[in-house]
Ligand binder design. Sequence first.
Ligand code: NAD
Length: 273
Amino acid sequence: MTAPTTPPGTPVPAAAASPLSVDLCGRTALVTGAAGGIGRACTLRLAAAGAKVRAVDRDAEGLAALAADSEGLAGAVEPYLLDLTDLDAAEAAAAGTDILVNNAGLQLVRPIEDFPPDVFHTVLTVMLEAPFRLIRGALPHMYAQGWGRVVNISSVHGLRASAYKSAYVAAKHGLEGLSKTAALEGAAHGVTSVCVNPGYVRTPLVEKQIADQAAAHDLPEDRVLTEVLLKDSAIKRLVEPEEVAEAALYLCSPQASFITGTSLTLDGGWTAH
Ligand SMILES: NC(=O)c1ccc[n+]([C@@H]2O[C@H](COP(=O)([O-])OP(=O)(O)OC[C@H]3O[C@@H](n4cnc5c(N)ncnc54)[C@H](O)[C@@H]3O)[C@@H](O)[C@H]2O)c1
């Protein structure tokens, strides 16, 4: 019998599968980068499970759209306009949260010798130093109640490098170390810390990359996916933001209470190489 195959590039809608049943009523969560692809999906999923979610982003329009789309969910979504380069404000925003999802990120693809030092600094600030400050702000409440979940949206690039992504790869590798350290310190207090490591996710950022690459290489878009972006992925499709959100939700469930200090890959086998 042959296994069923997914044609290259075919989206697998998470909504078609049975969603996890996790009850987060009474929990509070903070998600950074909530106005964008993965952060938005995580916010809506945690709110649908009953959590009251503080949705942090610097994009006011995106937050307003998120708030509108969250109406009617079991948990309320609180839009929270903040630029995470304001590290003191980031730490203060995390006080009192039960679940912290460090997700906000940005990317610049450029050889090291051309990489602007100020952009390197910003990437490290938003993607490594802000998570440190947010964890620092969240831990006192988590420790006091003996329960907390830190979910760090890392990447395959937390485990593998790619050329021209020095700041991103450095920040994600740093996030992996921060997450493991938080796991060791938090264990005695009921706090877990885990990285989630997607391959390429179907977000506006990546879809634009596909169109650009198709034009640049004079290839149809499905061939850009398989021959460029998904070259190292054994499963030749993008991950959906909702699949990443489902993994984040699972990490907040009672069934995941022994999972800490590790990295959960959703990379279609990329890191099996
Ligand atoms: N898209 C992918 O293929 C992919 C793959 C692996 C990992 N990731 C990681 O997932 C996370 C989310 O990625 P995405 O694809 O959803 O990106 P996205 O660009 O769609 O969303 C990122 C969000 O972060 C916000 N943000 C950026 N800088 C900020 C700042 N200084 N202050 C406040 N908010 C800020 C943006 O406004 C945006 O809403 C990132 O950490 C990224 O590294 C993405």
